[in-house]
Design a protein around this ligand. Structure first.
Ligand code: SF4
Ligand code: SF4
Length: 409
């Protein structure tokens, strides 16, 4: 019987050639690959072999209570799963696999008659090779059939302004504090599920991914949106009830690399296709500490004479995030702006990045240095985008539009 990976390669190649993706093999695995939305985020690809009366490593690894076990092995409750991948890593028998969404995307690129936009996460710099620039990637996406490629860092710019304005409005005494970052679904899930009492300290903002999807759909109602990043948790975020509809597909850099490979696209030889892009601050969302730097700089630009200065503290990786939250709850705050990222190093350390996190961070920082603008306050492309949405200034957009708002309950 063919493995999931063998079926994946065969079906992806057929999809890229515009052929029907039906192949011989296990019908359940084929259905997972062809219709991932009908299946959970984590796929059980073979029977569980752990004895029922012994602890299951996957269940022990899941901090979110998403796994139950019974006589037929384990079951995963998709509504509780945040996509941290701890269970997949914990299963020594290779029984669990993470979802792949690229086959339906390739079929859409062949069949859909409306626009399809690729939205790349800020960690993308250098993921496909040291010489593969943003301009070459944009050309590659168009060759694959996408209408265009957007840098999600531009939406990180707008959200930086939103977070900075919220900080300036809400944090005016030593006992007040704000938790960010809206960009990491694992961090937000941690607060929602495990530390509910801190939700009032989290500004109600969507992530840059959701902001990007909503903006594209506001400007092009027939468009489909495909986010591409290093993250699995984004695949779960896309389906959260209050966010559903903004992003049609979430792919990983590894899935995109597989598509470049089966279509024989030689990225290095492609011409540049450049557009104005994000500020250095928006690009820095890709690594741990970047959001804090971006918001700090912007708060200082917005209101240089604040009585209560912004004092940041950050944590990356689930254990460090939990330790930081426990400190806050115990009264050892030592800060008033707290940034949490679910992965070590931030998104450059995401589970589906292609290169090492240190290399990823260095590439992102080098790309950020080339940006024409340091913060979103200086970035005319942000203003231009908001004008297209009908708002002359960022302040007016944030006051009158609810496009990027989120209500936590
Ligand atoms: S991916 Fe994470 S949250 Fe989902 S079932 Fe596995 S361990 Fe639990
Ligand atoms: S830090 Fe990890 S879980 Fe959080 S958004 Fe980035 S890649 Fe995803």
């Amino acid at each position: 019987m063919k493995t999931l990976d063998e079926l994946y390669q065969q079906m992806l190649k057929r999809a890229a050639e515009g052929k029907p993706v039906g192949v011989d093999g296990d019908p359940k695995l084929i259905d997972c690959l062809a219709h991932p939305d009908d299946h959970p985020l984590i796929w059980r690809v073979k029977p569980c072999l752990c004895p029922p009366d012994e602890p299951h490593h996957c269940q022990e690894a899941c901090d979110w209570g998403a796994i139950t076990s019974g006589p037929d092995g384990i079951a995963i409750d998709d509504s509780q799963c945040v996509g941290c991948q701890a269970c997949v890593d914990a299963c020594k028998l290779d029984t669990l696999k993470t979802r792949k969404d690229i086959i339906p995307v390739v079929q859409e690129l062949h069949d859909y008659d409306g626009p399809i936009y690729a939205m790349v996460a800020p960690a993308v710099s250098g993921q496909f090779g040291p010489d593969i620039t943003m301009g070459k990637l944009r050309t590659a996406f168009k060759r694959l059939g996408f209408t265009g490629m957007l840098e999600v860092a531009v939406f990180a710019d707008i959200l930086t302004l939103k977070e900075a304005l919220e900080f300036d409005k809400n944090i005016n005494s030593e006992d007040q504090f704000q938790l960010t970052s809206c960009c990491c679904p694992m961090w937000i899930a941690m607060i929602k599920k495990l530390y509910h009492q801190l939700l009032p300290n989290v500004p109600g903002s969507v992530s840059p991914m959701i902001a990007g999807g909503r903006t594209v759909k506001a400007l092009h109602p027939k468009a489909k949106t495909v986010f591409i990043g290093p993250c699995l948790a984004k695949k779960a975020e896309r389906k959260e009830p209050d966010l559903v509809g903004a992003v049609d597909y979430v792919l990983t850099y590894q899935e995109l690399r597989d598509l470049f490979s089966v279509t024989n696209i030689d990225l290095a030889s492609l011409p540049e296709d450049n557009l104005p892009h994000a500020s250095e601050a928006g690009i820095s969302y890709a690594y741990a500490g970047g959001v804090s730097e971006a918001v700090t700089e912007t708060v200082h630009q917005l209101n240089p004479d604040r009585q209560v200065d912004i004092k940041t503290r950050k944590a990356d990786g689930v254990p460090a995030c939990k330790a930081m939250i426990n400190d806050i709850l115990a009264g050892n705050r030592d800060g008033n702006f707290f940034e949490g990222m679910g992965c070590m190093g931030g998104c450059v350390g995401g589970p589906r990045a292609i290169i090492k996190k240190e290399e990823g961070k260095a590439n992102v920082q080098a790309y950020g240095k080339q940006a024409a603008y340091k913060t979103p306050m200086e970035n005319p492309y942000v203003i231009e985008l908001l004008k297209k949405l009908g708002f002359p200034t960022v302040e007016e957009f944030l006051e009158r539009s609810h496009l990027y708002d989120r209500k936590f309950d």
